[in-house]
Write a protein that binds this ligand. Structure first.
Ligand code: PLP
Length: 385
């Protein structure tokens, strides 16, 4: 059976060149980077080189990048670390209801600690209105966290505009860029954020590694206590191969960015137009224009539950997601769809198709062949159709 992986927003396959870059650090280069003998120095030198490379690619100073265990840790550090470190100023935090659970649950944790969180509304396409942010900022607000590109819909927020508003009020601004770093151009010199989270495994790097940009001068408290690793920001002996893999993945992604973006645009149009020719009553969740990263197509098929579509496609070798991967298995509609005001019965039929570097024309053609008959069959069986 043909294997067709269209769930690249959940994770991506490791790029062979990334694996190749990582392997020496699982073999001969095993020294502890904190050791001062040559075994350690070789490794700390490699980490320093990788950090420089990442700083070049993202347009920041090398001292502003810290490696983490992934996007989740970076998000927790940004939100909780700044809220804790600035609590004399106040205990108010602002975010959006369409954030990844890594930010939402960090906010829920803060609520349990006596902090207050404002969840800005989003419109029907999933956009946060900069005016709503302006209205929500108070004297006791310390940090705003709004994601760059949403993992379920691909909607791209206007981060520079939102960050500017926070900056004008002297409030820290964090963005979860896990779905954007390496996929779209980001230059931290112009982006205007104080903190940015990225993850390796969403861009063909290893799972369990990520990084956070923290602008010089940001008041933030570390979460992991211990040694003085990562300039004291994150204790723990370095995941050396992971760090090397993270930066290699970022490098390869940046090199391929233009051609990938062009490819995603083509695949998105081909699949969406093709499905519309063959099926009625399908809805695109999120914007259709350039304010959506075209690697993501979130489609609702009216009258059917997404789980049924998922299982049927799985039997044909096609891997897609319903809602977000974290909440699959439950029949609850996704929190992102609900925040956008999508009716629960439409949200329940939403399927996320996400392309990556290894997606091919054949994958799109095969999906276009297999998906419509699945929908037609399920609609015939479904009592609501
Ligand atoms: C996957 C993801 C995360 C979590 O990153 P991990 O590296 O898996 O911890 C955070 N935010 C977004 C938007 C994601 O897609």
């Amino acid at each position: 059976m043909r294997k067709t992986y269209l769930d690249n927003n959940a994770t991506t396959p490791l790029h062979p060149k990334v694996l190749e870059a990582m392997l020496p650090f699982y073999k001969e280069l095993y020294g502890n980077p904190s050791s001062i003998h040559h075994f350690g120095r070789e490794v700390s030198g490699a980490i320093a080189d990788a950090r420089h490379k990442a700083a070049d690619l993202l347009g920041c100073d090398v001292s502003e990048l810290y490696f983490t265990s992934g996007g989740t840790e970076a998000d927790n550090l940004a939100v909780i670390g700044t809220a804790f470190a600035n609590s004399e100023k106040g205990k108010h935090v602002i975010t959006s209801p369409i954030e990844h659970h890594a930010v939402l649950e960090a906010c829920h944790f803060l609520e349990k600690q006596g902090y207050e969180v404002t969840y800005l509304p989003v419109d029907s396409k999933g956009f946060v209105d900069p005016d709503e942010l302006k209205k929500a900022i108070r004297k006791d607000t310390t940090v705003v966290s709004i994601m760059h590109i949403n993992n379920e819909t691909g909607v791209v927020q206007d981060i520079p505009a939102l960050a500017k508003i926070a900056k004008e009020s002297g409030v820290y601004f964090h963005t979860d860029a896990v779905q954007s770093a390496g996929k779209v151009p980001i230059n931290l010199k112009e982006f205007g954020v104080d903190m940015l989270s990225a993850s390796a495994h969403k861009i063909n790097g290893p799972k369990g590694t990520g990084l956070i940009y923290i602008k010089k001068g940001t008041r933030i408290q570390r979460l992991a206590h211990g040694g003085s690793h990562e300039s004291g920001m994150r204790a723990g002996t370095e995941n050396v191969a992971g760090m090397i893999g993270m930066v290699k993945a970022l490098e390869i992604s940046c090199e391929m960015m233009d051609s990938e973006l062009e490819k995603y645009g083509r695949y998105s149009s081909k699949l969406w137009d093709g499905l519309n020719e063959k099926l009625s009553d399908i809805v695109l969740n999120g914007p259709a224009d350039e304010r959506r990263l075209k690697n993501t197509l979130n489609i609702s098929f009216k009258g059917i539950e997404s789980e049924a579509i998922l299982l049927n496609l799985d039997m044909l070798g096609i891997g897609v997601a319903s809602g977000s991967a974290c909440s699959s298995g439950s029949t609850e509609p996704s929190h992102v769809m609900l925040a956008m005001g999508v009716k629960p019965e439409i949200a329940r039929g939403s399927v996320r198709i996400s392309f990556g570097k290894f997606t091919t024309d054949e994958d799109i053609e095969y999906t276009l062949e297999q998906l419509p008959p699945v929908i037609e069959r399920l609609r015939k069986m479904s009592p609501v159709a």
